[in-house]
Ligand binder design. Sequence first.
Ligand SMILES: Nc1ncnc2c1ncn2[C@@H]1O[C@H](COP(=O)(O)OP(=O)(O)OP(=O)(O)O)[C@@H](O)[C@H]1O
Ligand SMILES: [Mg+2]
Length: 395
Amino acid sequence: MIRVLLVDDQALIRAGFRALIDAEDDLTVVGEAANGADGVALAARYLPDVALVDIQMPVLDGIEATRRIVADPRLASVRVVILTNYGIDEHVYDGLRAGAAGFLVKDTEPVDLLQGLSNTIAVLQSKARHKAAAIAVHAPPGLPRVFGFSGELNQIWANLIDNALDALEEGGRIEVTASREGPKVAVRIIDNGPGIPDKVRDRIFDPFFTTKPQGLGTGLGLSVVDGIMKSHGGAVTVESRRGVGTVFKLYFPATENRGASVSAEKPAPAHAQGQRLLYVDDDAALVRLVVRKLTRLGYTVTGVEDPEQALELLKQDPAAFDAVVSDLSMPRMPGFELGRRILELRPSMPIVITSGFVRPEDEERARELGVRAFILKPQTIDELGNALNRIFSEG
Ligand SMILES: Nc1ncnc2c1ncn2[C@@H]1O[C@H](COP(=O)(O)OP(=O)(O)OP(=O)(O)O)[C@@H](O)[C@H]1O
Ligand SMILES: [Mg+2]
């Protein structure tokens, strides 16, 4: 395992490298620092195999940080690789003179997926018109950007939409939706074409697999999509029903930097008036943290680690709490099971399920439980606060 320390003042750059490194089996990120001084300190603490060090940073620039790492005999095993925006220039030589083992050009960038999608769709419009097909895009404002190569990402849209257009009957429809799902950005490309037979579906990502007549398809489109998704730390899956259509789902790691419109998002309305919350999570440290933060927001919070204990409290007094917040994945009793049992005790209890990552089947499960107050996936205390606010203001 090659252990990597990321030192860059831009969180976006760190997130991008982290996504790329996480996608490799033999590489792992041991730490991140946002300036040279912290970078040197973390290098001493973690003794990484490689420190990726940005040239220009506040507090201590990358050249000086490199000098200090190289000069410290205890850090002799740490190889410094300089990150640069500019390709080879005098700064890179400075870095190499300071003792860096090499350099890496940061040519990935935070990409606005919607921009690329609409450009690609514009190019494919004449083919769509030919088939009287419609292409629509739906996305919320403030979609986080994705770290990567915009040209490669556009290749994904082109290949998938082109395939859908080929598959569609006259007058068919393609919907593209983009949304934030926990730490990911999800894009779905949905068509109402004939669907993909099971036998074919197993092979569509294979290179050179095509069902198109000779000369019309190379069979490379989807294998290229798969490769690009992997290199971006993401994944692609497909679901298809005969006669109904096909959905290609793509998941990308989101950069921390959201689209510009997020800052315009409504601030959380004024907060709680002592409503009583039961917070359930198998992670004791998280329980302590969340209880503290929710209490600060003005709630009266009881935290428990054991879902059975949560049920016990509610059996004793089903009216003891105004809402329950539970983690989704808990080893002894999943959040949905807990939710179901709570609703048996008190059908009107508002329940918020939190989860780091929501799979489509989770959303379905939540819908099945059929309770309006099930809210999935708040990621931060603020989001959780907003969800609770919504619940209590709806009454
Ligand atoms: N949206 C879709 N609906 C139905 N079938 C699809 C859809 N997308 C892909 N396929 C099937 O997957 C196969 C493989 O697709 P892929 O893009 O890899 O190659 P291709 O489209 O056949 O050739 P190329 O993309 O190189 O022109 C297609 O031949 C088709 O049978
Ligand atoms: Mg294709």
